[in-house]
Design a protein around this ligand. Structure first.
Ligand SMILES: [Zn+2]
Ligand SMILES: [Zn+2]
Length: 141
């Protein structure tokens, strides 16, 4: 499901209508490898090792989000996090995330989905943009 080879990553970036610059390929590769969504700061820190400056890292994250390659998510702590939009996923129907109330760590719950019936029920309330589960992670429990 996750794209690991850099040719595939370059193709995905071009398919989204962007130039496949080394910085964008490195960004997408990093996010595909990560087990959870990463913040601007996380991404900038990793890319700095490859000589990519902070401003470029930030701009690429925003460009790639606007082009539909990445999803930007806010999990109640006012910090934007980024992750690749998986195959078969849509921009606005992300998988749920688990946030630890103690250490703040974030995990993807890719296998948990609302049923069709739950989706219909939730639409009576409004449009769901984020499903958030909170609790204590394994290291904090
Ligand atoms: Zn924790
Ligand atoms: Zn996720």
């Amino acid at each position: 499901m996750s794209k690991s080879n850099s040719q595939e990553l370059r193709d995905a970036i071009r398919d989204a209508g962007l130039r496949a610059t080394p910085a964008r390929v490195a960004t997408l590769e990093l996010l595909h490898r990560a087990a959870s969504p990463l913040t601007h700061a996380d991404v900038a820190e990793h890319l700095a090792e490859k000589g990519i400056d902070k401003a470029t890292a930030f701009r690429n994250l925003n460009d790639m989000t606007d082009s539909g390659l990445l999803r930007r998510t806010e999990l109640g702590d006012h910090v934007w996090r980024f992750e690749p939009i998986g195959e078969g996923e849509h921009e606005h129907t992300a998988h749920p995330h688990f946030v630890c109330v103690d250490c703040g760590s974030v995990s993807c719950l890719s296998e948990i989905k609302l049923t069709e019936k739950s989706l219909r029920t939730s639409r009576q309330v409004g449009e769901v943009t984020e499903i958030l589960l909170r609790g204590f992670c394994k290291s904090c429990a």
